[in-house]
Design a protein around this ligand. Structure first.
Ligand SMILES: [Zn+2]
Length: 271
């Protein structure tokens, strides 16, 4: 599943091709995505100029003169910039055709992605309105996270993956950040000290920033805007390394299931 760094890498990859361009057409081949693409959408955006490409959590926001397109990659979606004449492949569900002769093409075998639209402030859209703080923003601090965790018995890993606590920290980056901050993933959130919480926030920022820097983590079906895989996998300390020696202390990495997700940790480094 594309996580926040993959989405940000995609945003960085598509932004220079989109901003300032006029939309010649929106060609939809499959309307039944996670939510149905509005039938009226192609007529609404045709001719509109693109002002900016933003992101909120894992949503991409293509801001145009007519309103904002809200895109989500879902479980298996990817976006590419191609020549508009390039024949579509199976699962290529829509093209945003630009006046440059290129198009932004969305591919999504599992169709959990979405393409929606708003003419209002995107932050007020129902999908975005209740999202918590961005992990790479200045408002995400160790003190704030520590205060929010007071009295919470949920495991710290579950807590930081909760989109009502912080937006867009998925399984890979939660596991890696907890390793770096030397926190046991099953520890109750309310029992993490203030100093450890500050270390955790710093680690979350670091792993996300590093992953964005190398183009996200290579996952089975993820490619970035130019079709290139990311290389962050080589820097992972614990994720999907069960039984392999810890890169810090050589103790075998362990795995257990937590909230239907696999958690990876080093029993020696994360006590
Ligand atoms: Zn270790």
């Amino acid at each position: 599943m594309p996580e926040l760094p993959e989405v940000e890498t995609t945003r960085l990859g598509i932004e220079p091709w989109l901003v300032g361009r006029r939309i010649d057409a929106l060609r939809v081949r499959e309307w039944r995505l996670r939510w149905r693409v509005p039938r009226s959408l192609p007529a609404k955006v045709a001719g509109a100029r693109i002002r900016a490409v933003g992101r909120r959590a894992k949503y991409l926001l293509v801001e145009t003169e007519a309103g904002t397109l809200i895109l989500h990659l879902g479980m298996s979606g990817s976006l590419r910039i191609l020549d508009a004449a390039e024949p579509p492949l199976v699962h290529d569900h829509f093209d945003l055709v630009l006046d440059s002769g290129r198009c932004l093409r969305f591919n999504d075998p599992r169709r959990f992605g979405c393409l929606l639209f708003t003419t209002r402030e995107p932050a007020r859209h129902k999908l975005l309105a209740r999202l918590a703080v961005e992990p790479l923003s200045d408002e995400f601090t160790g003190d704030a996270l520590w205060r929010e965790a007071r009295g919470r018995s949920a495991a710290i890993k579950t807590f930081i993956m909760d989109s009502r606590v912080v937006a867009g920290v998925g399984n890979i980056y939660a596991s890696e950040a907890l390793f770096r901050a030397r926190i046991r993933p099953s520890l109750a959130a309310g029992r993490v000290s203030r100093a450890r919480m500050q270390a955790l926030v710093a680690s979350i920022r670091d792993v996300l920033t590093e992953a964005i820097g190398v183009g996200g983590t290579t996952l089975r079906d993820y490619v970035d805007a130019s079709g290139m895989p990311g290389y962050f996998r080589q820097s992972l300390f614990v994720y999907e390394r069960t039984g392999k020696p810890c890169r810090r202390c050589r103790t075998p990495i362990r795995q257990f299931t937590q909230g239907q997700r696999s958690t990876y940790w080093c029993p020696r480094c994360q006590r």
